[in-house]
Design a protein around this ligand. Structure first.
Ligand code: GLC
Length: 424
């Protein structure tokens, strides 16, 4: 036991009587270190762990070794973002979950859902061992804040990178014109692939293409969207697989998520790929199930424009009966040591700058500084409890264009997106 940082026997060794010691302990009790963690198992609802070597589970094993009263267990939901959303939103009310591993775009919904009953509770900042603003990188931390409160701690961050073949005489940096010049290269089906199936990944790829084309998406506090349609048209022109001439974009990309596009790049079908940092380690670790692929020679560069900021945040369920234990586990999973393990060997982008500044890490992973810069310059998706509805409307309209069902985006795109953000 410790009282205000001193072992109890130092107190007892003074002139105090036993009763006085008891009274003193009673009085200072509430100040005597962190309050007890409520006992019991902790359940984390999370997307599938696609880190190399299953680092999330490794961290849970470490926690379990030292916390037998609060053993933790990960319940996995489907890998792609949209599947995760459906599962998590529907299980949020049932009380079986203590911690949610939420996509950064969902904080506002879980904090302030249309039902009016919040699904997560704010982090108790008075209990944190470190000041979050000092511990974490600014961008990932920003996605944890909503309406003036801190709703989670950043588990891993994410920023898109441009993967390119290093055995084809390509030299970074690459703008979109440089990617287009890759069309028709002998031995390749197309120049480029990304995540262009109809799901959250397409919203991400669309926003990045719009920004790379000099376009914008502005959302006012009342949900009113303004955008420059001619730049959005240009982004659509770039992403739509051509039906004549050598393809820039691999036509099958409109069916690809992260894994599908990585497969096309690894199979040597394209010169360039947009993907998240985990793809890097997945392509070098060689621990994937199934038949081994011959390795492709690749490196990473900056995207032609800013990336969307991705990642996952750990948040405490409103319905948990163990909020302090849940918060202690969240602090453990986001601490310095855990963040290192998630990046090395896991391949997840760490949420603490210290990891990228570490000399050993820099030497082992020369792309670490590029990744850090991609995170620091990434842009958030619109922050709104209606974000998922907004994103769905957006990627459905974009899909129609990419798959040739529509010639162009609707001219009232801004109004349609405004309605989605306003919950209509
Ligand atoms: C990654 C990102 C996440 C994003 C998703 C889209 O998991 O971390 O933020 O929504 O990809 O597919």
């Amino acid at each position: 036991m410790r009282v205000r940082g001193k072992p109890w026997w130092l107190f007892a060794a003074g002139n105090l009587t036993g009763a006085a010691v008891a009274a003193a302990l009673f009085l200072v009790g509430p100040l005597a270190g962190p309050p007890e963690l409520e006992p019991g198992e902790l359940v984390i609802l999370s997307g599938q762990d696609d880190s190399t070597g299953g680092q999330r589970q490794q961290l849970i094993n470490l926690w379990n070794d030292s916390h037998p009263r609060n053993r933790a267990r990960i319940v996995s939901v489907p890998q792609a973002a949209d599947g995760q959303w459906i599962e998590m939103a529907s299980r949020a009310e049932d009380g079986d979950t203590d911690i949610f591993n939420l996509d950064v775009a969902w904080t506002a919904y879980f904090a302030d859902p249309p039902s009016g009953r919040r699904l997560i509770r704010p982090i108790d900042e008075s209990l944190l061992a470190e000041e979050p603003g000092r511990a974490f990188m600014a961008k990932p931390l920003e996605t944890c804040r909503y309406a003036g409160k801190l709703w989670g701690l950043p588990f891993n961050t994410d920023a898109g990178l441009l993967y390119y073949r290093t055995d084809q005489g390509l030299k970074p940096p690459f703008d979109w014109a440089a990617i287009e010049r890759g069309a028709g290269r002998a031995g390749f089906e197309a120049a480029y692939t990304g995540q262009l199936a109809g799901y959250e990944g397409l919203t991400v790829n669309t926003l990045e293409a719009v920004w790379a084309a000099g376009g914008r998406l502005d959302v006012a506090a009342d949900g009113r969207v303004t955008l420059d349609l001619d730049r959005w048209d240009e982004a659509m022109r770039r992403l739509t697989p051509r039906r004549t001439g050598p393809p820039v974009v691999l036509p099958r990309s409109t069916t690809f998520d992260e894994t599908g596009s990585r497969g096309a790049f690894q199979d040597g079908r394209v010169l360039f790929m947009r993907n998240w940092p985990v793809a890097y380690r997945a392509m070098t670790a060689g621990d994937e199930p199934g038949p081994a692929r011959p390795p492709v020679k690749f490196s990473v560069a900056k995207l032609p424009g800013p990336s969307v900021l991705g990642g996952q945040n750990l948040a405490i369920s409103e319905r948990t009966r163990k909020p302090r234990a849940a918060q202690a586990l969240i602090e453990f999973l986001t601490n310095d040591q855990s963040q290192r393990a998630l990046f090395d060997p896991g391949g997840f982008a760490a949420t603490r700058a210290a990891v990228y500044e570490d000399e050993t890490i820099k030497q082992k992973y020369p792309y670490a500084s590029l990744l850090r810069e991609a995170v620091d310059t990434a842009r958030l998706r619109p922050v709104s409890p209606n974000y998922v509805a907004f994103s769905k409307r957006l990627h459905q309209l974009v899909s129609e264009v990419l798959t040739g069902r529509q010639k162009q985006l609707p001219r009232d795109l801004a109004d349609r997106l405004t309605q989605a953000l306003r919950g209509r």
